[in-house]
Design a binder for this molecule. Sequence first.
Ligand code: MN3
Length: 247
Amino acid sequence: METNRRDFIKKSVGLTMAAVATTAAAKSLNKVHDLLGKDKLAQGGTAFTLPALPYSYDALEPHIDKMTMEIHHDKHHKAYVDNLNKALPGGGKLEEIIAKISTQPMSVRNNGGGHYNHSLFWQLMKPAGGGTPSGVLLDAIRKSFDSFENFQKKFGEAASTRFGSGWAWLVVDNSVLDNKVLKIGSTPNQDNPLMDISDFKGQPVLALDVWEHAYYLKNQNRRADYINSWWNVVNWDKANELYTAAK
Ligand code: MN3
């Protein structure tokens, strides 16, 4: 039963995948980088679009498998984008919308958060990633958590103890005025630390999706295995960029 279901998913996803991956990925690579650069998701007045992955679907193997990446990006993330466009047909500047999410209906909170979080998440992974960060981010991690190992332990705890679906975060703590102190936390569903309604606030440096759809095909219910695998694909260069850019 399970095998048949997986075959079905594989076939239905596989048909469109090859063509999409080769053309769209190369074409919009620069656009994806721009997306989380200076202007982030601030393109107003047009429909929201699904950014291509900045690497191939199998690039994170063996740590994160190809089929999970295909379904996660092409089905889950796409659905957030499509539903956000239905909720906000005029488009908008996503970061501004998220900052005042309390004024929006639940559909915008869920799908706008989903679009923002996943756009960030793809960027924060890369093939042959992992290891330790360098430069200012490593200094900041040691200052905030004593050691990189202690930081990993605490981040893993935040990710594994988030009940149900949600995200674990490393953020710059905006409530501390000096020295860009880091803190770790989690948010439920597709909420994020930039939302005015969030109990956990800050500027994202690292994000980990702990929804079951992010790991169930490969790890089934074993979220801890997924978290351990994910450390091998963390894009510390991007995290360093986000930390440096945070005010
Ligand atoms: Mn997800």
